[in-house]
Ligand binder design. Sequence first.
Ligand code: ZN
Length: 315
Amino acid sequence: MYYLGIDLGGTNIAAGIVDEEMKLVYKTSIPTEAKTGVENVIARMADAAKAAMEGFGITIQEIKSIGVGTPGAVEPGTGVVIYAANLGFKHTPLGKLLGEYFPGTPVRVENDANVAAWAEAKCGAAVGTANSVTVTLGTGVGGGMIINGQLYSGFNGMGAELGHMVIHENGRPCGCGRKGCWEAYASVSGLIATTKEHMEVNPESLMWKIAGSLEKVNGLTSFDAMRKGDEEAKKVVDKYLDSVACGVTDLCNMLQPEILCIGGGISKEGDTLLKPVQEYVMKEMFARFNDTHTEIKIAKLGNDAGIIGAALLGA
Ligand SMILES: [Zn+2]
């Protein structure tokens, strides 16, 4: 038997088949065409699922369950997406509507960041633990937490918004309306903002040469310039890593997860990111004098975490 996972994004719908050893054995993706409306998006999700089964050469009879990771908040246990602006979902019974294409097969729906955390806990960097946190450093800062073996998303499905805890009171404005959120500093957008701030007051910095112009600054500009010996770039990276580590320390103090893993684009920096964060956390975290404390790791499943975690919602 197999599990089918759908990673629903604003641009693409990825669908994949996961076997009973929790290995992703097949994946495919089609454009979401979000503008064509909710009904069509759900029909396309069904198409992507069928394409994955066909591509791998199995039928729905061999699928134990279907899981979906979607942007937005999901009402716990009901498969209803309360709100997902870019897909037009508003109290949309996504699980039920998708299930109509596959009568008799259970469909489960969860928030996409939670699903990625579920994947890391089931078969990724946090495998074998009952308490773990996955932080995703991307355009925003997303995350999910597993508590006592269960995904935790609060009583209303809006929990685990790790990016929106404040690390600088009255700091940078955040998309959520608050100021000084972790996301405003630790996301790629946050890193780009810090990079630009430093470039503007340092016209000599190598970052100018690497980026070409302020508009072209990206998440790699400061890291690349630092590797070439630029001191201003090192200040940017240090500031950035401190921000990441500050939030990670808060999460460790709050939850004492056995493993906290960091994923998303910036996690590709590997040890350049991990070592300084580990050092900071070991200096500051409450449990530092304890025999046991959180282990900080890089997430393992990369972009596939979404499909795998969705598939394994039913495992
Ligand atoms: Zn925020």
